[in-house]
Design a protein around this ligand. Structure first.
Ligand SMILES: Cc1ncc(COP(=O)(O)O)c(C=O)c1O
Length: 407
């Protein structure tokens, strides 16, 4: 077993060696611009991009096209861009139809912040509350839809607690009411089976670096029929990607994303079982060894590889500092630099104390049982010591933190 141990796969994943191998020729040998159809360099690059479109589409059950490649896949730089394009692009394109949007409170900042900007520009945004496990219901969405509602954006699965939303039910409500349905599926793609047809999804953001592909590559699924979704582009230029996203394509990144999706499609079923068994072992061992431990999130509707646990009496930041050879996180990667309690845990009503003693474990493809057992031993050694040192410190998570179950 090699140290340090990485249990922060929700922040980012290593590139799978098979993905890296597939990408390599596209840096130095097949380096053409995929838009340069006048010569073989460009055409070879274009063929690789076309193949990758179908690989991504296959994982989502989007429409594939042998000749043109799946045209519903729009390449982006990642999920932040995909979310911005979906939300702001739809807002601009449908401004005449209506100016009301619906989302929910535990979304990633890459969804909440585009909505915040729209709100300052005169759009009306309803942010639905979640239950104690972090879920919204399809009924909440149905009740919030108005005649001027244009788009509903609800994430597939949460990055901090792993809670999976009732996507298929929400998709059905949106279909019935003629509202566009966007989902930020960054943490779910490749981990759960996703079917844009059965789930009623019109727009879906994903990111390569969360599924063993490279950083800086991503895709937005944009439905082409029933309905044909319109979007204004975020930037203007050469009208690549059906005019939705101008800019020379990142061919190696796209090839990597395609390969990452193909591998995920093959391995998803077994990997889901393997990871949930490891995660359950971690969670139950920690409950035994360093009781009390509270589970944050919805245990019945949770990503297989995620456990967000609160250790009362232990401040999350002190714990991270004491863990020299285990990489976990105390919030989402993007906000863990700030000391503010996680907006996700607060939205779930868990309180500041419980939020400050929360640790996110996210397991992945290269996690082994030996690593899990090592991490349990490590926590069993550190937690009692920190509880003694910090238990009564006002800054630390209070020992009497609310431990009611999250679901
Ligand atoms: C749910 C969710 N959405 C969006 C993002 C942003 O993705 P990217 O890093 O590809 O911009 C992340 C990454 O942390 C995420 O977890």
């Amino acid at each position: 077993m090699k140290l340090p141990i990485y249990l922060d796969y929700n922040a980012t994943t290593p590139v799978d060696p098979r993905v890296f191998e597939a990408m390599t020729p596209y840096f130095t040998q097949v380096f053409g611009n995929a838009a340069s159809r006048s010569h073989s360099f460009g055409r070879q690059a274009e063929a690789a991009v076309l193949h990758a479109r179908n690989q991504v589409a296959a994982l989502l059950n989007a429409e594939q096209d042998e000749r043109l490649g799946a045209r519903e896949i729009i390449w982006t730089s990642g999920a932040t861009e995909g979310n911005n394009l979906a939300i702001k692009g739809v807002a601009e394109a449908y401004a005449e139809k209506g100016r009301h949007f619906i989302t929910q409170t535990t979304e990633h900042k890459a969804v909440l912040d585009p909505f915040k900007r729209l709100a300052t520009q005169g759009w009306d945004v309803t942010v639905l509350p979640v239950d104690a496990g972090g879920r919204v219901s399809a009924k909440q969405v149905a009740d919030a839809i108005r005649p001027d509602t244009v788009l509903v954006s609800i994430m597939y699965a949460n990055n901090e607690v792993g809670t999976v939303q009732p996507i298929r039910e929400i998709g059905a409500v949106c279909k019935e009411r003629g509202v566009i349905f966007h989902t930020d599926a960054t943490q779910a793609v490749g981990k759960l089976p996703i079917d844009v047809q059965a789930d009623g999804i019109d727009l879906l953001s994903l990111s390569a670096h969360k599924l063993y592909g490279p950083k800086g590559a991503g895709a937005l699924y944009v439905r082409k029929k029933n309905p044909r979704v319109r979007m204004a582009p975020l930037f203007d230029g050469g009208a690549h990607e059906r005019g939705f996203r101008s800019g020379t394509l990142n061919v190696p990144g796209i090839v990597g994303l395609g390969m990452a999706c193909e591998i995920a499609a093959h391995e998803l079923v077994n990997e889901r079982l393997r990871l949930s068994a490891l995660r359950d072992r971690l969670q139950s061992s920690l409950k035994q060894r360093v009781d009390p431990v509270a589970v944050n999130g919805d245990e019945r509707n949770r990503l297989p590889h995620v456990a967000n646990l609160s250790f009362p009496g232990v401040d999350g930041t002190s714990l991270l500092n004491a863990l020299d050879d285990v990489a976990v996180s105390s919030g989402s990667a993007c906000t863990s630099a700030s000391l503010a309690a996680s907006h996700v845990l607060l939205a779930m009503g868990l309180g500041e104390a419980r939020a400050h003693c929360a640790i996110r474990f996210s397991l992945g493809r290269f996690t082994t049982i030996e690593e899990i057992d090592y991490v349990v031993e490590k926590f069993a050694a550190i937690i009692p010591r920190l509880r003694e040192e910090h238990g009564t410190d006002g800054q630390a998570c209070a020992p009497q933190a609310d431990l009611r179950p999250a679901t």
